[in-house]
Design a protein. Sequence first.
Length: 247
Amino acid sequence: MATLYDGKMATIYDAMYQTFVDYDEEYKFYNQLIHEYKCKTVLEIGSGTGNLAKRFQENHQDYIGLDYSTSMIAIAKERTKNCRFILGDMRDFNLEKKVDSIIITGRSTSYLTSNEDVNETFNSLHNNITDDGIIIFDFIDANRFIPYANENQLIIHKAEHEGTDYLRESTWETTLLENFMLDWTAKYYIIQNQEKELIATDFSTVRVFTLNEMQLFLYMNGFQIIKTIDRKTYAYDTYVIVAKKRT
Ligand SMILES: C[S@@+](CC[C@H](N)C(=O)[O-])C[C@H]1O[C@@H](n2cnc3c(N)ncnc32)[C@H](O)[C@@H]1O
C-alpha cells in the first residue's frame, strides 16, 4: 500500500490536492450523474480526506464514505460534521443497506493492482447496490499514460495551500510490471526562500488500465456499461465509466 495516505502523508496529501483538484467541479460532475440516474443514496469509495463528503453533506444528501486509511478518515471527519465514514476495503465490504449509487473517485482504482483485486471490488459493488443501482468510477487510461510517463522522466506538480508552496517530483518506472503496473516514486518538497526542502518521499505501485480490459472486467462481474466519459482530470487523462447490473 502507498504510504501517501498514512500519518503525516495524509496531511500533506490533503494540502496539495486542494490545489490539484477542483473539488467543486468534481462534486458537480458526480452529482450530475447521480441525479441523471435518479439515485437517492450514495456511497463514495476512496473518500479520502472528505472533500466530496463535505459537499454532499452541505447539500443534505444521503451519503456514506468508505476508505481503508484511518488517517484519511480522521481528516475527513474533522472536515465534516456527523458524516458517516466506514473504515473498509473496497475489495470486501458489506453495507447494512444497499445503496443506489456507488462512486469510486480520484483514481482510487489505481490501487487495484491484481486482477483478483479488480474482480473482488466489482463483486463487492454488485452485492452492495440495488437492482437498479449504478456504479461510477474513474481510472487512468494506460494508452495515454504510459507513453506520457515514458517521455517525461520527471513530472513536476506545484501546489499552494494556506500560504505554503509545495512541489512534487514524480518519477515513473515504465518497465512495465505485470498488468500495466508502474512503480511511482514521489518526492514532496516545501519551497521556502526559493529553496526546496524535502518533506517526504512516497513509493507506491499503481496500475493503469485500458478501456477494453475494464469493459471485460465489468462484463465478467455482471455489469453493463451505460456511459463512458473521456475526462481530463488533474494531471492525467482518465475515463469515467457509469455501469449498471446486466439484465
Ligand atoms: C488518490 S486518493 C483519492 C482520495 C479522494 N477521492 C480525492 O479525490 O481526494 C485514493 C484513496 O483511496 C483509498 N484506497 C485505496 N485503496 C483502497 C481500498 N482497497 N479500499 C478502500 N480505500 C482505498 C486511499 O486510502 C485514498 O484515500
